[in-house]
Design a protein around this ligand. Structure first.
Ligand code: SF4
Ligand code: SF4
Length: 391
């Protein structure tokens, strides 16, 4: 196996060799892309049969041609697939096999048709992954990888860590010829846990250090423009995360931006509540308003919500009487009561989706009122939402 003085030489050697040995598959030429190769389906089958895949429910897979087989096989196995858009400009496409007809899974797994069968998710709405499958141009048996040369896979993973996602194994499918002896790497490079080729599985026993977030100091200024989500994160960190305005500013004096930032996105206030007719006590159920997207905890028609759901509470500072029926964790209620924000609140963590990752949102814990009969509500009261400020 050859060794290289830099990543660029490793890429060129792999691209030329795949072409010259007629291993490269459509699209041609293999150069300047994650190259497709003969046997990509075998490598994907090897990955799906690996113990690392057991129990996987959600995977992030790069959108390139050789990993189409991984996406298809995962969908057929009932796994939800998340595919990043180029430079994360349109977030991710979520492909949920439960929403795709069986005979369309192959099409849905392709880059050109995924949008027909999936739905777009903002980066902040992405749930935790169980496994990340990345595309590579060259890899080493020690888990080093290089992509096309822009570093977007590394940044994507770092963005998710920055948003509070837990570390997950990163694997790849490549042709055996893409496994080279060595090339220099950078500290923020992603490292692989396992490498699947058409003929073998390479287990990396000592993978390198995982990125824990974005290496802001190492980021080129142009990256903030190339990947808008980086700019969003940078603005979030500097503008809202450091001033601790919620400790010094009254609700009525907050700017629109500050007011919006107080919401932790938990979705708890969008659950149906029952009021005891004797005591007046309010209790929460695990049944969500019909407009709540239970995967993202966002209102699916925020602008038109008051017309569709007349009793939706449009919270503003004049609605203080509603604060007492908001969950005890609600940012508005806590500031109103002079209490600190919970430690997992995005304003405390500096990561916009930390509520989800800390397990305090309703994501995947509730069902829609569309799926429940009104009479069943009394059986669906929950004790994990408290109205007691000390709770
Ligand atoms: S309970 Fe409060 S913090 Fe949570 S989503 Fe509703 S308004 Fe936002
Ligand atoms: S209409 Fe929207 S904001 Fe109002 S309770 Fe329903 S999901 Fe929540």
């Amino acid at each position: 196996m050859p060794s290289f003085l830099n990543k660029s030489d490793a890429r060129t050697w792999v691209w030329d060799t795949l072409r010259d040995q007629k291993i490269a598959a459509f699209p041609f030429p293999p150069h300047h892309r994650i190259p497709n190769f003969r046997g990509a389906a075998d490598a994907a089958r090897r990955l799906l049969a690996d113990p690392l895949f057991e129990g996987v429910r959600r995977i992030k897979v790069n959108p390139d041609a050789p990993q189409r087989h991984v996406r298809k096989a995962a969908l057929e196995a009932g796994v939800v697939v998340y595919m990043p858009s180029p430079r994360l400009k349109s977030g991710f496409i979520e492909l949920d096999p439960a929403r795709i007809p069986q005979d369309k899974l192959t099409k849905a797994a392709s880059m050109s048709h995924a949008a027909d069968w999936g739905r777009e998710l903002h980066v902040w709405e992405l749930p935790e992954m169980d496994l990340v499958v990345t595309g590579c141009v060259a890899v080493t048996a020690t888990g080093r990888r290089c992509g096309k040369g822009h570093g977007f896979s590394d940044i994507e993973y770092a963005v998710l860590r920055e948003l509070g996602h837990p570390p997950v194994p990163v694997v790849t499918t490549v042709h055996d010829l893409q496994v080279v002896h060595g090339f220099p790497t950078d500290p923020h490079d992603l490292t692989l846990r396992r490498i699947f080729t058409p003929t073998q599985t390479l287990d990396v026993t000592e993978p390198g250090t995982e990125p824990v977030g974005i290496d802001w100091a190492a980021l080129a200024p142009e990256s903030l423009e190339e990947m808008p989500v980086l700019g969003e994160l940078a603005r979030w960190r500097t503008r809202l995360g450091t001033t601790r305005f919620w400790e010094t500013t009254q609700l009525e004096d907050m700017s629109r931006e500050q007011w919006e930032a107080l919401c932790d996105g938990c979705g708890r206030c969008c659950l149906l509540k029952l009021r005891d007719s004797d005591t007046g006590e309010v209790a929460y159920t695990d049944v969500a308003c019909k407009l709540l997207d239970t995967g993202t905890c966002r209102c699916s028609d925020y602008a038109g919500r008051s017309e569709i759901v007349p009793d939706c509470v449009v919270l503003d500072v004049s609605g203080w009487q509603y604060f007492s029926i908001m969950p005890s964790t609600c940012g508005y209620r806590r500031v109103w009561e002079g209490l600190p924000l919970p430690p997992w609140h995005p304003l405390e963590t500096g990561t916009p989706s930390s509520t989800h990752h800390a397990g305090f949102s309703v994501r995947f814990r509730v069902i829609s009122e569309r799926d429940v009969h009104e009479d069943e509500l009394v059986d669906r009261l929950v004790d994990w939402i408290s109205l007691d400020s000390d709770g």
